[in-house]
Design a protein around this ligand. Sequence first.
Ligand SMILES: [Zn+2]
Length: 98
Amino acid sequence: MSPIDPDRDLSRTDCAAVVLRLFEYVDNEACADDRVQIKAHLDECGACLREYERDLLLKALVRRACEPEAAPRALRLQIMSRITSVSWTGADRTGQQR
Ligand SMILES: [Zn+2]
């Protein structure tokens, strides 16, 4: 059994507040308290988790764009195609095979 502190109900963390702080979280700039709250919320909230993953991908893209030597053209193409396939997911699922 774990004691529940009503003043720290993590599930009540507001989605908008979490999304606003995602950039800090992704950049490792959020304070430890915020990180715990945001992580707890991401565990429960699929919508915010998707935002978080998109931010991570964006951050990786930006970082690679700033370091041309570390990002061969093939790798960049791979990332681009991955983003394309991500945006395709859920849009059309008629090609399912059994
Ligand atoms: Zn949320």
